[in-house]
Design a protein around this ligand. Structure first.
Ligand code: NAD
Length: 474
């Protein structure tokens, strides 16, 4: 059995405890024993990041470009192998896993370029003989805390801009999927990045909390659940620490009477169930106007029932296993809630036979927008069908949750598509496209309870990973 250490100050350090990384397609298969950091390990990692900060924050754009480009090139060259690791530890099917790895590689390439483009403004002064310019500086030591559902893309979309802007990093990936973050750290260890500029600690919320609460950590970027996000927000706000939160969703896909039925069904199946519904941008509510409802519901149901659930590395599988027993229990629990609150289970919602955490995609009809299943994030392949009278009601229902990450509409009407884009209370809106599946070089994030702070990804990532200085020159 291989043991995987933490990466602190350029060295691989063993920890007191380890945790088994389990393959959800085959839970008896242990991918490896991964270090579990305690507060002393987090302390060492933060100290290393602090010590590395003066030099890395003064590194040249060329040095940053070279490091990030190296990392991106190697990730892309190894996408098959790393995709296989990702599929084994997280459970998404291999083509999706390879796609995620490629995304991580392109993100590093994108931010290699961004390192060359960081600039400021020259602003005319109101005073004669004065010049005003702005510059961007690194924020400092940044703590990055990531969830299990995108085990390489999210570490990439936080680490790459952090390093491009001259920050030093301590990252703590999810305890369920440390393997991809470890592989990323291993690549970074050979990238030419100075020791201590990137540190990996693994483990659960204990290590996460220690990182958030360390006084030498200048900023926290977090992706995960609303509950954890609120705890982090509380601490950071009270201690005046910069923070950014990306959290859950209850994303709606609206289907209007004039939609192309094939496109609508494709968007619904993809958005609700691909990646086992374990995407923060998954469409967990499909809101359909009444005339198209019978035809759409029949076609969506038929496609849902036909989805092949199986092991992530089995080429016949369209849907992999749920990530672990706890999430499987949560999915089953929500199916029970769905039935108890008056919904009709149209398909799936059962534990399937086989060693892995296999669960059949669940489609539940419930036209009450305030039912729990239409309000609360399940984070699994559990989706509702909601019938509405018209566009006006559809947009009202679409907006009737505390969340606002992504929202989609299928329509052939330009008028309704535009009105939806304006009125949907979400950070990302999709027209004739699934709510999930986004580009790697553009801003990502939500509104309402889904996100807090500046956007991630694309050029806007600089808002979080830099601070602005205004210079007056007389
Ligand atoms: P989670 O909140 O349980 O854990 C996220 C991370 O926080 C993990 O690394 C965990 O160890 C750590 N953590 C736990 N307690 C902590 C504490 N007290 N202090 C600091 N860190 C702590 O979330 P999860 O189950 O890993 O992920 C699922 C959630 O992530 C879903 O709600 C999903 O919508 C959300 N998500 C959001 C996005 C987005 O960009 N909006 C993307 C992916 C996932």
């Amino acid at each position: 059995m291989s043991t995987f250490s933490q990466f602190i100050n350029g060295e691989w350090l063993a920890s007191q405890k380890t945790r088994a990384n389990i393959n959800p397609s085959s839970p008896n298969e242990i991918i490896g024993e991964y270090a579990e950091a305690d507060t002393a390990d987090v302390e060492l990692a933060v100290q290393a990041a602090q010590a590395a900060l003066p030099a890395w924050s003064r590194s040249t754009p060329q040095q940053r470009f070279d490091v990030l480009d190296f990392i991106g090139t190697e990730i892309l060259a190894r996408k098959q192998e790393l995709g296989t690791l990702l599929a084994r530890e997280e459970g998404k099917i291999l083509p999706e896993a390879i796609g995620e790895v490629a995304r991580a590689g392109y993100i590093f390439k994108f931010f290699a370029g961004e390192a060359l483009r960081i600039g400021g403004l020259a602003i005319a002064s109101v005073r004669p003989g004065m010049e005003v310019i702005t510059s961007r500086e690194a924020v400092g030591v940044v703590g990055l805390i990531t969830p299990w559902n995108f085990p390489i893309a999210i570490p990439a979309w936080k680490s790459a801009p952090a390093l491009a802007c001259g920050n030093t990093v301590v990252i703590k990936p999810s305890e369920l999927t440390p393997g991809c973050a470890w592989a990323l750290a291993e690549i970074i260890s050979r990238s030419g990045l100075p020791k201590g500029a990137f540190n990996l600690v693994m483990g659960d919320g204990v290590a996460g909390k220690a990182l958030v609460e360390h006084p030498a950590v200048d900023a926290i970027s977090f992706t995960g659940s609303v509950g954890t996000g609120k705890l982090i927000a509380q601490h950071c706000a009270l201690n005046l620490k910069k923070f950014q939160l990306e959290m859950g969703g209850k994303n709606p896909l609206v289907i209007l009477d004039d939609a192309d039925l094939n496109i609508a069904v494709e968007c619904a199946v993809n958005g609700a169930f691909y990646s086992t519904g374990q995407r923060c941008t998954a469409s967990s509510r499909t809101i359909v106007t009444e005339q198209i409802y019978p035809a759409f519901a029949a076609a969506f149901l038929e496609r849902t029932k036909a989805l092949k659930v199986g092991a992530a590395l089995d080429t016949a599988s369209q849907i992999g296993p749920v990530v672990d027993q706890r999430q499987l229990d949560k999915n089953l629990h929500y199916v029970t809630i769905g039935k108890e609150e008056g919904g009709t289970l149209l398909a799936g919602g059962e534990r399937l036979s086989g060693e892995g955490y296999f669960f059949s995609p669940a489609l539940i009809e419930n036209h009450n927008p305030y039912a729990r299943l239409n309000q609360e994030e399940v984070f699994g392949p559990v989706s509702t069908l909601v019938k509405v009278n018209n566009f006006e009601e559809a947009i009202q229902v679409a907006n009737a949750t505390p969340y606002g990450l992504s929202g989609g509409i299928c329509t052939t009407s330009l008028k309704y598509a535009n009105q939806f884009r304006r009125e949907m209370q979400a950070g990302m809106v999709m027209v004739n496209a699934p709510t999930a599946g986004v580009d790697y070089h553009v801003p990502f994030g939500g509104s309402k309870a889904s996100s807090f702070g500046p956007r991630e990804q694309g050029g806007m990532a600089l808002e979080f990973y830099t601070k602005v200085k205004t210079h007056y020159l007389a």
